[in-house]
Design a protein around this ligand. Structure first.
Ligand code: SF4
Ligand SMILES: [Zn+2]
Ligand SMILES: [Zn+2]
Length: 306
């Protein structure tokens, strides 16, 4: 297998091409920058909050964003600490190390500070699949953290595999409104109190981000969450891997089709059709009088009563 650019021995072959080490790193960074430029993900002078989970994907994103945008934009790296022992606590030291290496400010926001309890305790208190609660709290806190940092955008390291999973999950759950909110820039982009999320790695696969991190010496020892795999996402993820193994390019096709559907439904901004309010308790935008995160916080308080 030869590199398509120089005919040296190739290290990878994906839907983005077949490359040697040097040309793969160049192609990876170019795809990221093209995505940012094509979809207007980052504008000069904007403050960018980089969501950092400490995994290979988010550290690779930190690497690329710091390399190309540190001179023009204020960058802040944010971690949402769920409070899952043996999982998050170990990665925080890694993230501190890399933020210091790249000279990027680092801030941590936790479930414990917001709800009064860690995810480990919440999982025992609250019935149901942990990921459902965790997902609501993470989305809420990431948005609140970005507002606290004065960020104009939240950059996440969602890759092609993650996005294809999101498309399939929303299709299978018949949630067309959420499907329309996916894409390189997602969330409700023009509503006060929402910080738009951008996905510079959306056209790069998990395999590519993994190789990019290895070739750049990014050492992310990241154990899987002990609660992972219980939710619907775990099932969809496994099925998608099977699909890709029998039909190379399946994930990319799913994403391309989603982008076509978005484009054919207007601007593709994913603006919701339903009316939005502001939470009576915290003031965050919500579709009900009280937002889901404040409801969870109140439920935890009730469940802790003897
Ligand atoms: S796997 Fe589920 S519980 Fe674990 S961090 Fe992810 S969303 Fe939270
Ligand atoms: Zn080459
Ligand atoms: Zn609220």
């Amino acid at each position: 297998m030869r590199c398509q650019a120089c005919h040296e021995t190739a290290v990878i072959s994906t839907s983005n091409g077949t490359f040697c080490r040097r040309h793969f790193i160049g192609a990876f960074e170019r795809t990221t920058l093209d995505t940012i430029e094509t979809y207007g993900l980052v504008k000069p002078t904007e403050t960018i909050a980089i969501a950092n989970s400490g995994g290979k994907d988010s550290l690779s994103l930190l690497h690329v964003v710091a390399k190309y945008f540190k001179g023009s934009n204020k960058l802040v790296s944010i971690t949402i600490d769920e409070g899952i022992s043996g999982y998050r606590d170990k990665t925080i030291d890694t993230m501190k190390k890399y933020c210091s290496k790249y000279g990027v400010e680092y801030r941590i926001y936790s479930y414990k500070d917001f709800t009064g309890e860690t995810m480990d305790v919440i999982t025992h208190l609250k019935p149901g699949v942990p990921c459902a609660t965790c997902g609501v709290l993470r989305r809420y806190l990431l948005n609140a953290a970005a507002i606290d940092c004065g960020a104009d955008k939240i950059a996440t390291a969602h890759n092609m595999d993650d996005e294809a999973e999101n498309v399939l999950m929303n299709l299978l759950q018949n949630d067309f409104e959420k499907l329309l909110r996916l894409g390189p820039i997602s969330g409700i982009t023009s509503r006060k109190g929402f910080v738009p999320r951008v996905k510079p790695f959306m056209f790069l696969s998990e395999k590519e981000t993994m190789l990019f991190s290895i070739l750049n010496g990014i050492n992310a020892e990241h154990k899987p969450c002990p609660y992972a795999g219980f939710g619907f996402r775990g099932v969809v993820s496994r099925k998608l891997k099977e699909l890709e193994s029998v039909s190379t390019g399946a994930k990319r096709s799913i994403i391309d089709k989603m982008l076509q559907v978005r484009a054919s439904h207007g601007s593709g901004t994913g603006e919701p059709h339903r009316e939005l309010f502001y939470c009576d308790i915290c003031g965050a935008p919500t579709s009900e009088e009280v937002c889901e995160a404040c409801n969870i916080k109140a439920q935890i308080k009730r469940l802790k009563r003897p």
